[in-house]
Design a protein around this ligand. Sequence first.
Ligand SMILES: Nc1ncnc2c1ncn2[C@@H]1O[C@H](COP(=O)(O)OP(=O)(O)OP(=O)(O)O)[C@@H](O)[C@H]1O
Length: 219
Amino acid sequence: MTLELDNVELYFNRKCILNGVYLKAQTGQVTGILGRNGCGKSCILNIIFGSLLPKYKLIRLNNKPITKPLYQTNMVRYLPQFSATPNNLKLQRAFHFFKISWLEFITHFPTFEKYKQVSFRHLSGGERRIIELYLILMSRCKVVLLDEPFSHIAPVYVARIKQLINQEKAHKIIIITDHLFRDIIDISDRLYLIKNGHTKLVSNLEELENQNYITSNML
Ligand SMILES: Nc1ncnc2c1ncn2[C@@H]1O[C@H](COP(=O)(O)OP(=O)(O)OP(=O)(O)O)[C@@H](O)[C@H]1O
């Protein structure tokens, strides 16, 4: 499946945030989005999800324009930048709700075994993020949108999650953004940089320096 976002024009209080966005994502590939703070990365994910309505936008699935918000189609899952799980929800119930196997989760993250009957409020910020990310990533769906999934997560878990993303991309479109740019570069098959409201397809990593996203020697 191919998803394209095209012709986006987004304003807040007459200030132009996005203008001239083109993004293509495909099943079997991870599509990474990089850009400085406030450049519009989360807005792009929200526009694809359908929860943010810009002045103009065109979304095509397999070359066919779709007007219905994607979240109404049940084909998309979205991990927002900030936690959205209820504090009093027990992990076991969350896994049941998402129809995700707890036992399989434990094989990937054995240190979480003790948390089955625990509520989200008792987890650390990073532990909570791992669970939320796992539930979204492993859900039965065709499109996964991940906004800063690696924030507050220990390197050993980031490595495990990257393995899972590589596994899931075989049958999902995965669009991901994070400021941990090395991880995004590492995992992405297609990479976009957002600058001045436009997307730019990154074909050579030196462009990230040339566009002043990173300074020299940061790669
Ligand atoms: N509801 C809103 N009302 C007004 N301005 C907004 C709103 N949401 C976002 N913005 C502005 O739109 C711009 C893009 O925001 P967005 O959250 O997409 O940035 P981002 O690239 O994800 O940033 P960060 O990396 O810091 O999370 C920012 O300048 C932000 O202030």
